[in-house]
Design a protein around this ligand. Structure first.
Ligand code: V47
Ligand code: SF4
Length: 389
């Protein structure tokens, strides 16, 4: 299929300022923060979709990536009390859990014989555990599954872990890398702007801490993801400020694989009174992120958070990745009222979801190497495996 920018196609009138932004995008010229703000203010969702989809097609064609993964949440005990969080419990509070290393080994063994490529490990910031404890966790996981990619620990967890072990950022990252850490997830970024960060997560890792940990990781050859928690008390200008800081860091390091906008879910937390933004805002946010973040290759719609239908729609608004099978192994979002209360999709279902939206499903590993191109290969509904004729 041949894709031509829609400036060549008759279209209803759009204001000049938006035409100018469209021209820049089609000429692959970076847009400014002011232009990103204008896009956020745009009420023409069709126009934003066109632009973002064009960018997506230039980068990935119709390819839509997912992986086979599961999550480990070692503990929900946390020394912090972020206003948006429904997951964490104080050390002495009811409802807390703390898995032992042998519990975690058992969770990993559950996937024996299944072609999982990634384990995602994120939890609360435990008051007592340091680098050696989490390093041993990684070692024990890799002893069971040597090939698995370990994407583990947000910058928020790492900051406290390194302080407890009296290590610098570089020493701590190198030690974890030695234990088998492969990449960092994108959590903990929330909203970088101090006016908002001070209201929603005042005491945990600062914006500078988050950025310096990811920068150091990239310099040590540890890639990472990045996120933005949107749709609560922040305004569009705070989102643009956040995206700017990510784009600037990526210009320096090129270490981010994927940007994941995380939609604020409002159940059971101290920001519940704010409510949630609607799907139009979700799609707009994907589109503006895709257009503005010209140097980050992938935009992920995290389907357990936004639901399967919005994940499908998002593919026409700049998204090219829908995360993985997950196997009902995460509580962070379901506890905050996310769309999917028991998030689990078989690979067969993920493949159908992508195909039904008109895109090409590609199973990838964490580093976006193709595992199976399901636009070329059938998948067996029962075994969940590719069928090679
Ligand atoms: O930082 C917590 C978010 C993040 C809520 O790298 C909430 O592939 C919405 O790191 N509503 C942690 N979001 C999750 C994380 C992650 C998730 C998916 C993919 C990847 C990746 C990383 O969860 C936290 C916070 O921003 N979160 N509470 C809530 N009520
Ligand atoms: Fe703790 Fe993370 Fe929840 Fe904040 S978002 S309270 S750091 S688990």
């Amino acid at each position: 299929m041949d894709f031509t920018p829609l400036t060549a196609t008759p279209r209803h009138q759009i204001p000049t300022q938006y035409q100018e932004i469209a021209e820049k995008v089609y000429q692959q010229i970076r847009i400014t923060e002011e232009e990103a703000l204008l896009l956020y203010a745009c009420t023409d969702l069709g126009f934003l979709g066109e632009l973002a989809h064009w960018v997506r097609i230039q980068k990935h064609g119709l390819n839509t990536y997912f992986n086979r993964n599961f999550h480990i949440e070692p503990t929900n005990i946390c020394i912090y009390t972020c206003a948006f969080c429904a997951f964490a419990r104080r050390p002495d509070e009811e409802g807390g859990w703390e898995f032992s290393l042998s519990d975690i080994e058992e969770q990993v063994r559950k996937y024996d014989g299944q072609p999982i490529t990634e384990v995602h490990i994120v939890g609360g910031v435990h008051p007592k555990r340091g680098v050696d404890y989490y390093g041993e966790m990684i070692q024990r996981i890799k002893a069971i599954r040597p090939e698995i990619h370990v994407k583990a620990f947000t910058a928020v967890e790492l900051k406290v872990m390194f302080a407890r072990s009296r290590m610098s950022i570089t020493e701590g990252l190198l030690a974890l890398k030695d234990y088998g850490l492969d990449s960092l997830p994108g959590g903990g970024a929330e909203i970088f702007h101090p006016d908002i960060r001070s209201q929603i997560c005042d005491t945990k890792a600062s914006t500078n801490n988050w950025l310096e940990i990811h920068e150091a990781a990239h310099q040590l050859g540890i890639p990472s993801n990045c996120t933005m928690l949107y749709g609560h008390i922040e305004k569009h200008e705070h989102r643009v400020d956040h995206l700017r800081q990510l784009r600037e860091l990526q210009d320096r390091t090129k270490g981010f694989n994927t940007f994941i906008p995380l939609k604020f879910r409002d159940d059971n937390n101290n920001l519940s009174y704010v409510g949630e933004v609607n799907k139009i805002e979700d799609l707009k946010n994907y589109a503006v992120s895709r257009i503005y973040l010209d140097n980050i290759s992938h935009i992920k719609a995290y389907w357990p958070m936004i639901g399967r239908d919005t994940a499908q729609l998002s593919l026409s608004f700049g998204v090219d990745d829908i995360d993985g099978t997950i196997d009902d192994s995460t509580r962070i979002y379901s506890m905050a009222g996310a769309e999917e209360q028991n998030p689990s999709l078989s690979t067969y279902e993920l493949v159908q979801l992508v195909k039904d939206a008109g895109f090409k499903p590609i199973e990838r590993d964490t580093l976006y190497r193709v595992v199976t191109d399901y636009s070329q290969v059938e998948i067996n509904r029962i075994t969940d495996l590719p069928v090679y004729n």
